[in-house]
Write a protein that binds this ligand. Structure first.
Ligand SMILES: Cc1cc2nc3c(=O)[nH]c(=O)nc-3n(C[C@H](O)[C@H](O)[C@H](O)COP(=O)(O)OP(=O)(O)OC[C@H]3O[C@@H](n4cnc5c(N)ncnc54)[C@H](O)[C@@H]3O)c2cc1C
Length: 384
């Protein structure tokens, strides 16, 4: 078992860090104030090969899970909010196409998505369907040449920024619960689509959008995957994207800890640096250890995925541990900055809130425990 990254990946990380210092860090405060990320940034990511795909004359090939996770950790250390916008493009939108798109859909969209020219989000959550992913109410009615979709997707990251949304809707209302949904590629410029950007206080500067679909026509060619298999498909996408959100959350934890260690080395109180108080030094040791444990779990889950093995349980355990670590590190780091930490503009301000948000993406902590428990029972032959 390898615990080290290979030299090629180390080099990619160094290149990516250089890109982030040059193209993200100088702009971040402005994007934070505006609450939006310019599309040009996605094009720059695409040009650098930082959107999860390697492009060549022969087409697009997905990068390894470990590479994607390590890069995501580095991005999220600086900005979990930009991290989530990238994660949605790579691990929900593009991933949905990779996993379930037809050859024609892939040919039409993958290269543009990998270049950051087309942005793709995913809408499943509705007022009735969050953790209960299947409980979607949006309806897709079959008509000549396509489908007419109506419904509301309540919380969609990148919903304002994106060109296309992968959405779930009931295509077969009389079928059993696990055969009722299908997935569709919806052009967000279509007639009948309206979007409301929501005011949120987490994962800034990414956008969170409510998308309303009123009699939106979607041609047959934009059915994603197989009719009636939408639930299995969206769950499959979430299983894969859980690796990305685990890495993003790990980056949130690591970024908070670094900022806290830096502060503890600079701030003097009662004639001593904060880090020279043993209580603080023990907290640093404790958090560093928890974050390293979460990192090893993320890497293990990626390693299983890259070896073609079942990574479902490992991905949930990775996300579960990363969220615990980020919640602890985020509030710890903010505490060290005292009053300054409650200022919106202060860079530490985001960490506790973003750690909180990360528990929601791709399943809450309770949902991760449900998955982990089910896998434990499967291994014992108690459930199928
Ligand atoms: C910033 C942000 C971005 C988002 N982006 C997207 C997006 O791009 N696309 C998208 O489709 N959705 C998105 N979501 C929605 C997100 O996926 C849901 O919020 C999440 O799945 C939880 O659903 P819910 O909010 O309806 O909470 P609920 O499902 O109502 O959960 C409420 C509580 O019940 C607990 N619970 C649930 N099931 C069980 C159980 N079986 N046993 C015990 N406790 C349980 C949960 O852990 C939670 O504490 C986003 C949300 C946020 C906040």
């Amino acid at each position: 078992m390898e615990f080290m990254l290979d030299e090629a990946l180390e080099e990619s990380v160094r290149d990516f860090d250089g890109f982030l210092q040059a193209r993200l860090v100088p702009h971040l405060s402005g994007w934070y104030q505006e609450g939006s990320i310019p599309r040009e940034f996605f094009r720059e990511l695409g040009a650098g090969g930082w959107l999860g795909m390697d492009r060549s004359g022969k087409g697009c090939r997905e990068q390894s899970a470990i590479k994607q996770a390590v890069l995501m950790e580095h991005l999220a250390r600086i900005s979990p909010g930009v991290g989530v916008a990238v994660a949605v493009q790579v691990s929900l939108g593009t991933k949905g196409l990779v996993l379930h798109g037809s050859e024609r859909q892939k040919e039409a969209l993958l290269d543009a998505a990998a270049r950051g020219e087309i942005l793709i989000c995913l809408g499943n959550t509705e007022p009735t369907a969050g953790s209960d992913v299947a409980n979607v109410a949006a309806i897709a009615e079959k008509v000549e040449g396509g489908w007419v979709i109506s419904g509301t997707k309540a919380y969609v990251t990148n919903g304002t920024l994106s060109d296309l949304a992968l959405v779930t809707a009931i295509s077969d209302p009389d079928a059993p619960r696990n055969r009722r949904l299908s997935m569709f590629i919806v052009d967000l410029a279509s007639e009948g689509v309206s979007r409301t950007k929501l005011h949120k206080e987490v994962w800034i500067p990414s956008d969170l959008t409510r998308i309303r679909l009123k009699n939106v026509f979607v041609p047959d060619e934009h059915l994603l995957g197989v009719r009636g298999r939408g639930l299995q498909q969206v769950l499959n996408i979430f299983t894969h994207s859980r690796l990305a959100i685990a890495a993003l959350t790990l980056g949130t934890a690591a970024g908070a800890l670094e900022m806290g260690i830096d502060r503890a080395g600079k701030r003097e109180i009662f004639g001593r640096k904060l880090r020279d108080f043993q209580a603080k030094s023990f907290e640093i040791a404790d958090l560093f250890t928890r974050i390293e444990a979460a990192r090893l779990m993320v890497w293990k889950a990626c390693c299983l995925k890259d070896c073609g093995m079942d990574f479902r349980q490992a991905a949930s355990m990775a996300k579960y541990l990363a969220v615990e670590a980020a919640r602890q590190a985020g509030t710890w780091a903010a505490d060290l900055f005292g009053a300054a930490s409650v200022m919106f503009e202060h860079p530490v301000h985001k960490f506790p809130l973003d750690a909180w948000a990360s528990s929601l993406g791709e399943g809450t902590q309770d949902v991760q425990k449900l998955i982990i428990f089910r896998e434990i029972m499967k291994q014992r032959g108690i459930v199928e």
